[in-house]
Design a protein around this ligand. Structure first.
Ligand code: NAD
Length: 279
């Protein structure tokens, strides 16, 4: 069985290593390649030609990353409910001559939340960042029953995401603008703040109440100024490794059709992160 990651500048991605390690552990002959669209021969091919090539060569599926997640839907036969709601696809499955599109940013964050098991249903949750990843985490929060407030430096972006989510989930309570962190049961960082190139925190966890939780989706590095400050305040914290892990679990299962072991994939994620110096 073969799969590949399609994206620009994907050399450092941990995804191929995680998929192949899980395949080996299950005794599958499973090869996971990189189609780096910044490099030949992929950079001279259209996205549609890359998909045709992969399908014709018998690939079981593809993961799609930056900058192609928004453009891929139009080349597919069917979309998951979340991909339809968000207009993004990061996993394609080729089966029986049909191409289906999924977003494991959504299902991975939803599974990570479920494992973390914070208070979400019927309570106020604030999310900072309304970009590509933030759209997926916001839908997962809404589907878990959150009353969601979206905050973004680009206010129009937060407002547009709130509109998009309300269109997909008319009964949900979603607003954008400023947030009252003291009233929130939890807060999510879906901005790049905390990465080495973007130091700092989108919000100060001191402003949250003592029983609140914090989730960060930044995972390079795994521990950010935010996760450290939130822990120092005594709050429950989920770091970005959880979403990264569960999105890989979901993609492995969609592409191979085999159930993955989350604990085994976590071990290979930890190993690959340590080897990269990111843990
Ligand atoms: P993006 O650039 O599409 O969106 C980021 C958004 O954050 C932008 O709208 C920006 O205006 C906003 N923003 C920046 N600083 C802010 C601040 N101080 N307050 C409020 N809003 C602010 O980026 P993205 O693709 O959504 O990715 C965001 C982060 O998520 C990246 O660090 C990425 O590495 C991480 N990510 C993690 C996973 C995972 O599996 N853990 C998956 C995808 C992305």
């Amino acid at each position: 069985m073969k799969a590949a990651l399609v994206g620009s500048g994907i050399g450092p991605s941990l995804t191929p290593g995680m998929h192949e390690a899980e395949g080996r552990a299950q005794g599958l002959a499973y090869r996971y390649e990189r189609f780096d669209t910044a490099l030949a021969p992929w950079k001279d091919m259209s996205l549609s030609a890359i998909l045709d090539h992969a399908e014709a060569q018998g690939y079981a599926g593809l993961n799609i990353t930056h900058p192609h997640k928004m453009q891929v839907a139009r080349h597919l036969d069917a979309l998951s409910d979340a991909s339809q709601a968000l207009g993004t696809v990061n996993t394609i499955v080729f089966r029986d001559g049909r191409r289906s599109g999924h977003t494991t940013d959504y299902s991975g964050f939803a599974a990570a939340l479920q494992a973390f098991d914070p208070r979400v249903e019927g309570v106020d949750i604030v999310q900072f960042g309304a970009g590509g990843a933030g759209a997926a985490t916001a839908l997962a929060l809404v589907d878990a029953g959150a009353r969601l407030t979206l905050v973004d430096l680009d206010e129009a972006r937060a407002e547009a995401l709130a509109d998009q989510l309300r269109a997909a989930r008319p009964a949900a309570q979603i607003r954008s603008g400023s947030a009252d962190l003291a009233r929130a049961a939890g807060a999510v960082n879906a901005t790049p703040l905390g990465m080495d190139a973007y130091p700092g925190m989108a919000f100060d966890p001191q402003r949250l109440g003592p029983g609140a939780w914090v989730a960060d989706i930044v995972y390079f590095p795994l521990e950010t100024a935010l996760t450290r400050a939130a822990r120092a305040r005594g709050l429950r914290v989920m770091n970005g490794g959880a979403m990264a892990l569960y999105q890989a679990v979901a993609a492995f299962e969609l592409i191979t059709g085999h159930t993955a072991s989350a604990s085994r994939m976590r071990a290979s994620f930890d190993q690959l992160m340590a080897a990269r110096g990111g843990a």
